[in-house]
Design a protein around this ligand. Sequence first.
Ligand code: FAD
Ligand code: NAD
Length: 161
Amino acid sequence: MDDRTFRNAMGKFVTGVTVITTGAGEEVHGMTANAFLSVSLNPRLVLISIGEKAKMLDKIKESGRYAVSFLAADQQETSMLFAGQIKDGRTLDFEWFDRMPVIKGALGHLTCRVVSEHVVGDHTLFVGEVSDIQLNEGEPLIYFQGKYRELASINEQRLSS
Ligand code: FAD
Ligand code: NAD
């Protein structure tokens, strides 16, 4: 099995899209991620997986905190920006919640304190205890087979097939 087969297989698993953010003082860093998992209710724990080459890795280690913003259907450009797929030097106004930078217009924000980290292969898993939650109405941005989708378009495809 080659890497492409593995990635193609993982691409069959549909996910939402998040932007992970963290900050030390005025400095804010964001990164698009779909490796996000709800882990435990008591205590309230979530998990993110950060690649060994990502700048985000050291930023989270430094701050000991991260925030997760669940992107809305109209935030594909935001996802591309924080995945390094748009590089036009644009700046972005973050919203502040629980003293953490988060993405304006997202469906939800979680702020988390890192309670454990685990190096696994070429990624580090950060388990975060959820400090606070803010939710908004809207439809989610969806990722499937390396492409962005919306719930409505998936429903339309099903109806027309
Ligand atoms: P950089 O590549 O330097 O930054 C990412 C981008 O964000 C840059 O374009 C930068 O300009 C912009 N940016 C950062 N901070 C700011 C700011 N304050 N203001 C304005 N712009 C800013 N990788 C993983 O490790 N785990 C995953 O779960 C994961 N899931 C992904 C899911 C999808 C759908 C995609 C498309 C990519 C995913 N990636 C994931 C890959 C990851 O998003 C990229 O490798 C990313 O470039 C790594 O970011 P970085 O921390 O190295 O920082
Ligand atoms: P893709 O076809 O490479 O990805 C499909 C799926 O494979 C992803 O949704 C993810 O589940 C998995 N995957 C891809 N790269 C991975 C990696 N390095 N480690 C672990 N799992 C990985 O292409 P795409 O979805 O269009 O991704 C665009 C870029 O973002 C690529 O460079 C990809 O490597 C990166 N990415 C990284 C991760 C990750 O590190 N967890 C997740 C998604 C995308």
